[in-house]
Ligand binder design. Sequence first.
Ligand code: FES
Length: 87
Amino acid sequence: MFRIDVDNINGKTESLYVFGDKSILTELEAHNVLINYSCRQGHCGSCILKLVDGEVLHQECLVPLSEGEVLACQSKPITDIKITTKD
Ligand code: FES
């Protein structure tokens, strides 16, 4: 089981405990932590988050990402992670 710390959601940090078998976006939704998204397929870039700490397995991504950015819809945690909304 992995821990996802999400910073900057309504000005506070949320901690979720997940198995790492679903995307970060799906896990956030399951825990009522809402972030922007649109396509859910790695095409639009709406769901970009900053990975502050830890590692993720990143799947299909057609969006150019900067260092430390991940697509919530296309990544799963493989360690405990800390993420934050972009700015
Ligand atoms: S929702 Fe479109 S890239 Fe994630």
